[in-house]
Ligand binder design. Structure first.
Ligand code: HEC
Ligand code: HEC
Ligand code: HEC
Ligand code: HEC
Ligand code: HEC
Ligand code: HEC
Ligand code: HEC
Length: 405
């Protein structure tokens, strides 16, 4: 009798349990559907930073003001920094040809004219802008599914147009193929048409093109992460995403070195295949034999930092020690000085007293990370050989005899 009662109780519990289980599951069946904007080689989906806003609002709001986020965009009067109505809106190619950037119904063109007759010889639409404009911008033109860089670039320091860095003197050039490597450092993801054929390395899928260095460029495609947390709003532990604490120091450095270690040589793996947490050296290696290896706009902050005692003799220093990757902190000198002082607070660290060390014209940064002039990004002024160059902070932190800039 007792046994029968117990069995009834047991079955009722099981029955109710099953009911509850089905009901709970039907809650989860409020399934979140991922709408990918592109799909990575790994099969993971990109969903874009708008999908992160809901749960990471603070990061999102500062992120969209960074040079990273704005480093590539569709051409418009908001994204092209140069003034097309500028008096100086002309660029000499040689003795017979000059260029103008003209605006027509909100579209932008680079037009080439003959000097003696002012007759139009070529016209190229500006479709994409590379560079947020801190130092300058270059412009790309779509021809079918291929991208080409045009002759003109914008130079912020002089607010004028210049010949694109690396282009030849006196020759009108609009046919420089834009390689996937170029886009790899300036966009989040681009689907290449002929993924790793050597022949046609500049064919892309226009509909699978994510401009700017967005969240998922650094953190990896996050479709699964968004899906999980949308479906489980009470779970506060990060799922389907690499967390910072799970990464070694080298893995954290690699996430920046991908683009901040100068030109790199690819190792049989297509552009855009690397994602955070992987060993970057398996994808590409620093190109020490390149002629462009010196510190420049396409700089090597990683290599320079690695050579510094600060890096070698501290165990935890990464780029994030000084830089908050989610904020635009350009020229926030006092913040950076405080970072130096957080490790160098002893007066014996530097013979200068603290007030002399931290003023606006002379401080830790100007003396120990002096600016060096770019050899590729400059404008030659009317006075022969006189050039205006951009300057880049040296990340080789050390004692310099005299600051260079
Ligand atoms: C529905 C909410 C939700 C959405 C949408 C969401 N996340 Fe998260 N995310 C979380 C939660 C919860 C955590 C764990 C707690 C935390 O670290 O904030 C997390 C953690 C993370 C972490 C790990 C941080 C660390 O190192 O510990 C990263 C990186 C991240 N999210 C990136 C993204 C990106 C990129 C997107 C957009 C593509 C996104 N998240 C969208 C909820 C969300
Ligand atoms: C996908 C390539 C890429 C990755 C990855 C990347 N960067 Fe950058 N970074 C760039 C480019 C391109 C610029 C120049 C943006 C511009 O002004 O157009 C830049 C600019 C910067 C700047 C200057 C910002 C300014 O306001 O002038 C800092 C600082 C920086 N990156 C730090 C980092 C750190 C730290 C990491 C790693 C957490 C990192 N970057 C990862 C490509 C990258
Ligand atoms: C190895 C990664 C890498 C590649 C490849 C690369 N860039 Fe860059 N580029 C950078 C980084 C990093 C910066 C920012 C450097 C700095 O501020 O010191 C930058 C800066 C720039 C700037 C100035 C941006 C600004 O706001 O001042 C322009 C313009 C630019 N790159 C154009 C190009 C073009 C065009 C290509 C391809 C033909 C290209 N880059 C290829 C990493 C790269
Ligand atoms: C330039 C690369 C880069 C970009 C772009 C980027 N992050 Fe991060 N993110 C990092 C790094 C590096 C860390 C670790 C910071 C540290 O070690 O202090 C981090 C940390 C985080 C964290 C955990 C720590 C925290 O600050 O709460 C979250 C969450 C996160 N990122 C989300 C995002 C979202 C969302 C976006 C876009 C809106 C984004 N990230 C864009 C590099 C990046
Ligand atoms: C994470 C801690 C840390 C931070 C942050 C840091 N340093 Fe260092 N730095 C060190 C260590 C450790 C050494 C080696 C021991 C020493 O000389 O004090 C060092 C060495 C130096 C040296 C001597 C280099 C040489 O070759 O003799 C200078 C100069 C220096 N740091 C300046 C700076 C400046 C400027 C900043 C800020 C931009 C800075 N450090 C940020 C830890 C740090
Ligand atoms: C006017 C230029 C100048 C400024 C500003 C300056 N330093 Fe120095 N620093 C030097 C010179 C020169 C030396 C080498 C002689 C000495 O030790 O005084 C030096 C030495 C050092 C050293 C020790 C190097 C060694 O040989 O071990 C450290 C660490 C250091 N400085 C950190 C800092 C920090 C941190 C700041 C900002 C709070 C700063 N310095 C500001 C010029 C400067
Ligand atoms: C010890 C502190 C420190 C560390 C670590 C550090 N930086 Fe910087 N970085 C600076 C300072 C200071 C500036 C100048 C910022 C300013 O005033 O706008 C700077 C500027 C930059 C710029 C702008 C380039 C320019 O010259 O205009 C880039 C890009 C950059 N850092 C990338 C990196 C990367 C990538 C790493 C890691 C490999 C890194 N930084 C590590 C202190 C640091």
């Amino acid at each position: 009798m007792l046994l029968k009662k117990r069995l009834v109780v047991l079955f009722s519990v099981l029955f109710l349990g099953t009911l509850l289980y089905i009901r709970c599951n039907s809650f989860v069946q409020n399934e979140y559907v991922i709408t990918p904007i592109a799909t990575h080689y790994s099969g993971q989906s990109f969903v874009g930073s708008v999908a992160c806003m809901e749960c990471h609002a603070q990061i999102y709001n500062t992120h969209i003001k960074t040079a990273h986020y704005n480093t590539s965009s569709i051409a418009s009067d908001l994204t092209i920094k140069g003034n097309t109505s500028l008096n100086e809106n002309e660029l000499d190619v040689n003795d017979s040809i000059y260029l103008k950037i003209e605006q027509n119904n909100g579209l932008f063109y680079q037009k080439a004219y003959l000097k003696d007759s002012d007759s139009l010889i070529t016209s190229h639409k500006i479709d994409l802008v590379i560079g947020s404009g801190v130092k300058g911008q270059s412009f790309l033109n779509w021809r079918a599914d291929s991208l080409f860089q045009i002759h003109t670039s914008y130079f912020t320091k002089s607010n004028s147009w210049i010949k694109s860095p690396g282009f030849r003197d006196s020759i009108l050039q609009n046919n420089r193929r834009t390689s996937a490597r170029c886009l790899e450092c300036h966009t989040t993801y681009v689907e290449t048409r002929v993924s790793d054929s050597q022949k046609n390395r500049n064919a892309y899928n226009k509909n699978r093109f994510i401009n700017g260095i967005d969240c998922e460029r650094c953190h990896g495609p996050a479709g699964e992460h968004v899906k999980f947390h949308k479906e489980h709003p009470k779970k506060l532990e990060a799922k389907h995403i690499k967390t910072t604490k799970s990464l070694t120091r080298q893995q954290q450095l690699d996430a920046c070195a991908l683009c901040h270690s100068g030109p790199r040589k690819l190792k049989m793996k297509p552009e855009f295949s690397y994602t955070i947490g992987e060993d970057l050296n398996k994808f590409s290696s620093p190109d020490f034999f390149s002629t462009r290896r010196e510190l420049d706009v396409h700089g090597n902050q990683y290599g320079m930092l690695m050579a510094s005692k600060c890096f070698k003799e501290s165990e935890t220093m990464t780029c994030a020690t000084c830089h908050d990757p989610h904020k635009n902190e350009r020229s926030n000198t006092s913040k950076f000085i405080n970072k130096c002082i957080s490790c160098h607070d002893k007066s014996s660290d530097c013979s200068l007293d603290m007030t002399t060390r931290t003023n606006s014209t002379q401080n830790c940064i100007t003396c120990h990370m002096p600016k060096i002039k770019s050899k590729s990004m400059f404008k030659t002024t009317a006075i022969a050989k006189d050039t205006i160059s951009v300057s880049v902070y040296s990340h080789h932190i050390r004692v310099y005899q005299n600051s260079i800039d």
